[in-house]
Design a protein around this ligand. Structure first.
Ligand code: NAI
Ligand code: MG
Length: 475
C-alpha cells in the first residue's frame, strides 16, 4: 500500500468555483484511511531511511522535488485555478515558484541542524541533539493549497520527519500531484502520505491519533480549538496553530495617498480577500480621510473581477458556495448595522462565486463586520485622530496575526510596531513575505511559527545527553 495511489470506496466532488460545476471525483479518506497512512508514516519513521539519511541527502531529494515542481508550473497553477479560483498569473509567478523556493530553503537547512554543547555545572559534560519529532499530521486549508502544503511539509521533511497531509476538501487536486512528484523525486515510500477527505472525519482522525507525534494546522480558530482539545484528550501531541485574523492597517496623515491606496487595496483584496492576514480593518487619520476614501472608491472601479485565467482580471471567484454565501451575509450584516456601503456589495454575474470588492465606511469598532473574520473581499474603513487612539483600537481584537502602518515618520512606525500585539508588522507595505520570515500569530490567531528557521524547531525534539567527567572534583 505504500508508495502508490489507493482508491478508498468513497469519493467526493472537486468543484470549479468559476461555474459551480463538478470537475472530477476524488477518493475520500476516512478514519481507517488515516490510520493506514499513519501506519505507513510510522513504519517509514521507525525503520525507513528518511530520518537516518544525512541532512545533505534529504536536502538533495527535496531539491529534486523543487525542480520537478518548477518543470510543471503551468499545470500546477492551473489546478489551483480551476479548483480554488486563484489567479492563474499569480500561481505562475507566486504560489508555485514560492513552493519550490520553500523546498529549497529548507533543503539547504537540512544539513545545518546542530545541537549545542553544554558546559554543565557539577562536573558534567553534555550536549543536545535535535531529533525529528516523528510522524507529523498536517491539516491545511484551501486558500493557498500549494504554498501552505510546502510551508508545512518542507521543514518537516528537512527535520527528518515522516507525515500525513490532509488537504482541504475544497481543493484536493494539487496535493495529489505533489504526492506523484515526490515519488518521481525519489522520496522514500511512506514519508509523505496525502489523504484527501473532510475535516470532521479525516481531519479529526489526525488530531486524535495516538501514533501521530505532532499536528500542524492552518485554518479557522474554531477548528484550532477542536484540534487542541483532541490532542489533549489523546496522546498530548504538541500542536501548532495558524488561525484567523482581523488585521488592522493604520494610515497616517503624512502618507502618500496614492501609494497608500495601492497598499491597502492589495492588503485586502489580494487572493479575493481569502487570506488570513487580510487588512480588513483600515484606520485612516482624519487629515487625509476624505481624499483617501475618494481615491479608494475610484480604485475599486478599476478592479476587474472575472475568470481567473484571464490575465486582465484582478480577482477570481470565492472558493465555494459556502464561503460565497457567508461573505454575502456579512455584507447584509454591515448594511443592517448602519455602516455605509461605499462600493460593491453584490455578486458578479449569475454563475460561479464572484463578489465585487466591497468597502464599508462609518464602521464602528463593535460592529460584526469590524470584529469577525469575513475571509472575503470586504473592507471596513474607519477614521482616527491620534496615534494613541489608533494603537488602542488596532489592539481591540481577539486576534493578533498581522498589522500594517503607513507613515513617513520613523518614530511613529517604530512606536506602533512595538505597541501592536501581532506576529508580523508591515511598514509601508503589506503582505510582503518570504520563506525566511517567521510567520504566525499572537492571541487567538494561534501559536507556533511557520517559515524561517523557527519553523524547523516545530519539527524537532531536543534531547540532552549528559555524562560525568571522571576526575572532576565534583564527582
Ligand atoms: P476549517 O478550519 O474548517 O478548515 C481548514 C482545514 O481544517 C481543512 O482541511 C478542514 O478539512 C480541516 N478541518 C475542519 N474541521 C476539522 C476538525 N474537526 N478536525 C480536524 N480538521 C478539521 O475552515 P473552513 O470551514 O474551510 O473556513 C471557515 C473559516 O475559517 C473561513 O471563513 C476563515 O475565516 C477561516 N480560515 C482561515 C484560514 C487561514 O489561513 N488562517 C484558512 C481557511 C479558513
Ligand atoms: Mg470548517
Amino acid at each position: 500500500m505504500k508508495g502508490r495511489f489507493v482508491t478508498p470506496g468513497k469519493t467526493f466532488e472537486a468543484v470549479d468555483p468559476r461555474t459551480g460545476e463538478v470537475i472530477t471525483r476524488v477518493a475520500e479518506g476516512d478514519t481507517e484511511d488515516i490510520d493506514l497512512a499513519v501506519k505507513a508514516a510510522r513504519h517509514a519513521f521507525d525503520h525507513g531511511p528518511w530520518p537516518r539519511l544525512s541532512g545533505f541527502e534529504r536536502g538533495r531529494i527535496m531539491m529534486k522535488l523543487a525542480d520537478l515542481i518548477e518543470e510543471n508550473i503551468e499545470e500546477i497553477a492551473a489546478l489551483d485555478t480551476i479548483n480554488g479560483g486563484k489567479l492563474f498569473a499569480h500561481g505562475q509567478v507566486l504560489d508555485v515558484p514560492g513552493a519550490a523556493r520553500t523546498l529549497r530553503y529548507f533543503a539547504g537547512a537540512a544539513d545545518k541542524i546542530h545541537g549545542t554543547v553544554l558546559k554543565l555545572s557539577k562536573g558534567l559534560q553534555g550536549y543536545t541533539l535535535r531529533e525529528p519529532i516523528g510522524v507529523v499530521g498536517h491539516i491545511i486549508p484551501w486558500n493557498f493549497p500549494t504554498i501552505l502544503f510546502f510551508t508545512k511539509v518542507a521543514p518537516a521533511l528537512a527535520a527528518g520527519c515522516t507525515m500525513v497531509v490532509k488537504p482541504a476538501e475544497q481543493t484536493p487536486l494539487s496535493a495529489l500531484y505533489y504526492a506523484h512528484l515526490a515519488k518521481l523525486a525519489g522520496m522514500p515510500d511512506g514519508v509523505i502520505n496525502v489523504v484527501n477527505g473532510f475535516g470532521e472525519t479525516a481531519g479529526a482522525a489526525i488530531s486524535a491519533h495516538m501514533d501521530i507525534d505532532k499536528v500542524s494546522f492552518t485554518g479557522s480558530t474554531e477548528v484550532g480549538r477542536k484540534i487542541m482539545a483532541a490532542a489533549a484528550a489523546s496522546n498530548l501531541k504538541p500542536v501548532s496553530l495558524e488561525l484567523g485574523g482581523k488585521s488592522p492597517l493604520l494610515i497616517f496623515d503624512d502618507a502618500d495617498i496614492n501609494e497608500a491606496v495601492n497598499i491597502v487595496f492589495g492588503g485586502m483584496f489580494f487572493n479575493k480577500g481569502e487570506i488570513c492576514v487580510a487588512s480588513s480593518r483600515v484606520y485612516v487619520q482624519e487629515g487625509i480621510y476624505e481624499k483617501f476614501e475618494n481615491k479608494l472608491v475610484e480604485k475599486a472601479k478599476s478592479w476587474v473581477v472575472g475568470d481567473p485565467f484571464d490575465p486582465r482580471v484582478h480577482q477570481g471567484p470565492q472558493v465555494d458556495k459556502k464561503q460565497f454565501e457567508k461573505i454575502l451575509s456579512y455584507i447584509e450584516h454591515g448594511k443592517r448595522e448602519g455602516a455605509t456601503l461605499l462600493t460593491g456589495g453584490k455578486r458578479v454575474g449569475q454563475k460561479g462565486y464572484y463578489i465585487e470588492p466591497t468597502i464599508f465606511a462609518d464602521v464602528k469598532d463593535d460592529m460584526i463586520i469590524a470584529k469577525e473574520e469575513i475571509f472575503g473581499p470586504v473592507m471596513s474603513l474607519m477614521k482616527f485622530k491620534t496615534m494613541e487612539e489608533a494603537i488602542k483600537r488596532a489592539n481591540n481584537t481577539t486576534y493578533g496575526l498581522a498589522a500594517g502602518i503607513i507613515t513617513k515618520d520613523l518614530n511613529v512606525a517604530n512606536t506602533v510596531s512595538r505597541s501592536i500585539r501581532a506576529g508580523i508588522i508591515w511598514i509601508n507595505c503589506y503582505t510582503a513575505l518570504d520563506v525566511d520570515c517567521p510567520f504566525g500569530g499572537y492571541k487567538m490567531s494561534g501559536f507556533g511559527r511557520d517559515c524561517g528557521l523557527e519553523a524547523l524547531n516545530q519539527y524537532h525534539q531536543i534531547k540532552s545527553v549528559v555524562t560525568p567527567i571522571r576526575d572532576s572534583p565534583w564527582h
